[in-house]
Write a protein that binds this ligand. Structure first.
Ligand SMILES: O=C(O)CCC(=O)C(=O)O
Length: 257
């Protein structure tokens, strides 16, 4: 017997939330998903983690634990084509992204960052530094918290209002000079919370030295009027930073931002 899965409800931003985004470059929605929908999303993340790592499927990237040198999953990208739940979720999240883009949103990329115990952090950066301006003028990334994200396990930290400065530098993390006047605000989140931010909002996060994983899902959108770039984005990325299973053992791959 096939069990029907109830799809998560679509979060819609209030006027006050849209205003907060316009002021800060990001907005936090507490309990964007109710408990049942959050449990569904957590189960989907578990399913994605359990999928076999195969050529031509979801993109799995590993890292080495900073605690004990074990092999960890760092992130899994390009999930929706191989998981119907996440495919639905990319549609659902497009509504709020479209509210901030002020027109229909089209998916650009998506991933789960796992940050398992011993997983590394992220240096301060703006997402557009990764060459995204080649595809569209700006993007909205929607983050869904899957596991509790705390100060201890490396929650997201964002710098309010700094997106208005535009692109601060190319393919390298922001420097101390770039960030000296910035305040990074830690945003601890509970499963089911959502954070939306644009591609010029500087953000960072600390490594996870705790015993619990900190998974978050990110879906990134651009304006439909600026084109549908997901296939080109992943084709370009495949050339420089392919999933681990596709890598040439004689080549060195460097993660930039
Ligand atoms: O998941 C995080 O803590 C930050 C992720 C991030 O900044 C990125 O993937 O570019």
């Amino acid at each position: 017997m096939k069990v029907e899965v109830k799809m998560p409800a679509t979060p819609v931003l209030t006027v006050a939330q849209i205003e907060a985004y316009r002021r800060d470059g990001f907005v936090v929605l507490r309990n964007a998903f109710d408990d049942e929908d959050t449990r569904t999303i957590i189960r989907w993340a578990d399913e994605v983690e359990a999928l076999p790592e195969e050529l031509g499927k979801q993109w799995v990237f590993h890292e080495v634990s900073e605690l004990d040198g074990r092999d960890l999953i760092n992130r899994i990208e390009y999930i929706a084509p191989f998981h119907s739940g996440f495919a639905s979720l990319t549609e659902i999240l497009g509504t709020a992204a479209g509210q901030l883009l002020e027109e229909e949103a089209v998916l650009f990329k998506e991933k789960i960052n796992f940050k398992m115990p011993g997983g590394g952090g992220f240096e301060p950066h703006q997402d557009s530094q990764a060459g995204w301006e080649d595809y569209a003028s700006n993007f909205i990334t929607v983050m869904i918290c899957i596991d509790e994200a705390t100060l201890e396990n490396g929650c997201l930290e964002l710098a309010p209002g700094q997106n208005k400065r535009g692109l601060l530098r190319g393919m390298e993390p922001l420097t101390e000079a770039d960030t000296k006047d910035m305040t990074f605000v830690p945003v601890p989140t509970q499963p089911g919370d959502m954070v939306l931010f644009d591609a010029y909002t500087p953000h960072q996060s600390a490594p996870n030295p705790t015993a619990t994983q900190r998974r978050v899902y990110y879906a990134t959108y651009n304006k439909a009027s600026e084109g549908d770039h997901i296939d080109q984005y992943y084709a370009d990325k495949r050339k420089n930073f392919p999933p681990d299973i596709e890598r040439d053992p004689n080549r060195v791959y460097v993660y930039k931002v």
